[in-house]
Design a protein around this ligand. Structure first.
Ligand SMILES: Cc1cc2nc3c(=O)[nH]c(=O)nc-3n(C[C@H](O)[C@H](O)[C@H](O)COP(=O)(O)O)c2cc1C
Length: 321
């Protein structure tokens, strides 16, 4: 099965099936810009807590850094119920008219039902929501309604990112499958991170589960987990039939990896360095974590451009700590 060359989600037709993942401490505007220039179809902010947006916390509002007019971007939200989701859209819409005009550029919203943090699971959110079907259904319906009523008119794609459950037991009971039925009627696409919440990134992801989701779906399915090369994407596509791919750690190793993923001649280390330096110079880091990540990345790319081999430091998803 050959790889698709585009990906359609709601009102967006992306000229690439590869999406840049939401990553805490990594996925700020500069990083998304590099991904877009290298050929990623769409990039997401790191997870943003809806509660912080509703309270208008400055540090949370800063994470919605859709400041680059040339890079299509989605915001990933963590919500606990549909009321909170509705209030979040109202706050974003209001601020987009006043103090935060770049909120009017949010092209997509993704809901995070994969965050493995104990704080999140304790309040019944993230992957703990997969079994709370009435609540999840209400959230999906509210999201579809907010999109239909154009409360934030720029948002033309809505999605959710799920894991396979809280633990091995939930994965074995396939708690993720009923979610697909709900998503079929409400969302524009569904991202499946093929691990349960107790698994770490070193544990192999379960692509068979992505295939089950694809077979049950009527909307595009984005596979996520262990796609590091074009050959991996081809294998995932053959194993699952998925329509798109979400890339996380491979982009940390090489934020320009989308060039090779698309089957084009890879850029030289010097070209990669130029692209990253230009994007980072134009788009300030959103917070200290992003600044630190950028410094490490630039150090590595400069060494590579000088012909040295430097291994990437892959930060663990901080939500796991
Ligand atoms: C540093 C780091 C931060 C992450 N932050 C988030 C996040 O904010 N939201 C989210 O849904 N997933 C987050 N993830 C998970 C990734 O989006 C992705 O689902 C996971 O790494 C598997 O994809 P991969 O095999 O391509 O790395 C994070 C992962 C890493 C490594």
């Amino acid at each position: 099965m050959s790889l698709p060359t585009s990906f359609k989600t709601g009102g967006l037709t992306l000229q690439s099936p590869f999406l840049l993942a939401p990553m805490e401490g990594v996925s700020d505007a500069g990083f998304r810009r590099v991904g877009a220039e290298a050929g990623a179809g769409l990039g997401y902010t790191e997870m943003v807590r809806a509660r912080g947006l509703v309270k208008r916390n400055n540090s949370t509002l800063a994470l919605v850094d859709t400041i680059d007019a040339d890079t299509p971007a989605g915001v990933q939200l963590l919500v606990v119920n549909e009321g909170e989701l509705r209030r979040t859209f109202e706050v974003l819409a209001e601020l987009s008219q006043t103090t935060h005009p770049h909120f009017a550029r949010i092209a997509a919203v993704d809901l995070n039902f994969g965050c493995p943090s104990q704080d999140v699971i304790k309040i019944g959110a993230g992957p703990a929501m997969l079994k709370r079907r009435a609540k999840l259904h209400a959230i999906f319906e509210a999201l579809a309604d907010l999109k239909k009523r154009a409360v934030l008119p720029s948002v033309v794609s809505i999605s959710a990112k799920i894991r396979l459950g809280l633990n091995e037991g939930e994965r074995a009971h396939k708690v993720y499958l009923p979610v697909v039925e709900m998503a079929n009627d409400t969302l524009d696409h569904l991202v499946v991170h093929a691990r349960h919440a107790k698994q770490r990134s070193r544990d192999l992801s379960d692509w068979a589960a992505i295939g089950e989701v694809k077979a049950a779906s009527r909307i595009p399915i984005v596979g996520n987990g262990d796609v590091c090369s074009r050959a991996d994407a081809e294998r995932m596509r053959a194993a699952t039939g998925c329509d798109g791919f979400m890339i996380a750690r491979a982009a940390i190793r090489d934020p320009c990896c989308f060039v090779a993923l698309r089957g084009e001649a890879d850029w030289s280390p010097q070209e990669k360095l130029r692209c990253v330096e230009a994007a980072f110079a134009r788009l300030p880091p959103t917070r200290d974590k992003h600044r630190q990540f950028r410094e490490e990345l630039l150090h590595r790319l400069r060494a590579q451009a000088a012909g040295e081999r430097v291994a990437a430091v892959i930060p663990e998803n901080a939500h796991l700590r």
